[in-house]
Ligand binder design. Sequence first.
Ligand code: GLN
Length: 497
Amino acid sequence: MIEICTETLASIRRRLAAGELSAEEVVRACLERIDTLEPTVHAFITRMDEQALAQARGMDAAGRGPDVPRTHPLWGVPVAIKDVLSSKGVRTTCGSRMLADYVPCFDAVAVEKLKDAGAIILGKLNMDEFAMGSSTENSAFGPTRNPWNLDKVPGGSSGGSAAAVAAHMAFGALGTDTGGSIRQPASFCGLVGLKPTYGRVSRYGLVAYASSLDQIGPMCRTVEDAAILLKVIAGHDARDSTSVDAPVPDYPAMLAERFDLSGLTVGLPGEYWGEGVDAEVVTACREAITAAERLGAKCVPVSLPHTAHAVAAYYIVAMAEASSNLARFDGIRYGFRDGQARELIEMYRSTRSQGFGEEVQRRIMLGTFALSSGYYDAYYKKAAQVRRLVQQDFLRAFDQCDVIGGPVAPTTAFGLGEKIDDPLTMYLTDIFTNPLNLAGLPGLSLPVGLAKDSGLPVGLQIIGPNFSEGLILQVAYIMERNLPVLSMPAGVEQNRS
Ligand code: GLN
């Protein structure tokens, strides 16, 4: 059964469509894998075994006509979803005690699109509470472990999504990325993770963290798999006024359009390759860039001079928006309520102090402060101005290159407990991912090998102009075929024996 689970999403969907495997067989293989590994990895908050099996049986009974690959591009393919996306009739916790019993009456658009494409949803994945964090240790449901080394974090906030796909429990997953939460866990777990351009995927039904930064995207084991999932979830949606009405390219078909990287200019920002990045990360990323040059790419130095200020600007904007978005969790309209409280103010206070974890409370307070009269100009307005400068850095750089390359994160996966008591150090790990969200740009994490000392996966970030997902995927696809293949996560396999 394990053989089924290790296949790529692209290959399993071909075999399902061809009738070589039944949907039930594939779902059972995943459930068996989850049974074995979930006690140590803890990627899921809610499993949907019964629903998944029932759906698979129903699909098998209905049969699959010759049109299946076209009409249902994910027919019978088991995937899983970060628990920040609404799922009809299935609890959606956002990793928070506040929503521990919340069962939405509607599906997020991205979830609806997966279902319409024939995907089978295996469950809801662990995450930092309300997507605030970089390690998945801020979940009210306990941390997730990195399948490559069980003493390490999987990254965050989409750590459950990354761990589930890396440990072969699902063929792909949806994550969300406000400041790096798809790309950084993908990098830490050896996966392809793509944050699309702001507006590419509808955010309807995504529980908001910072609305001007949030995007939903695929986390997969290969570039082709990510292209397939992105095509399914992308597109305009009238229910999200920020979703962009632009045609969705046929991303999987685009992969075959390019054979090498000749004619492509890759910008290497000095700020991403200098001090503060672990030597083993630089080495692995440099080797990947050398491989790109061998494949015909021309590399040029570029500069993103405001990089050093991006983390500060990001955390002010993100916390300000979060403080406003999370005001709705007041014990009256949604979620948990402290029923013991005797009067209104006490009820608000005790509901929110019990319902939210420490990091969420810290961010609500800081965000409220940054927006308060007298401080707004000094903090929020300044951050908004820096945000524009960061965006202009990228626009200028793209005058000189087609894509930008650099590390996703300054380190490989760090130890569980290593940074959790030091929020500022944790925030700084986002230095290369936050700028893209401030600018709205798409970025992909491509696994480029294992680091020499830690033996953990390293991700190269490929950044492109707005709506260049097709180009980014093409570049990643060509590089992927010329880079070492990462074998099964060692930590999990040892644990099995
Ligand atoms: N680590 C960042 C934060 O804590 C990013 C989180 C995210 O992308 N959701 O805000």
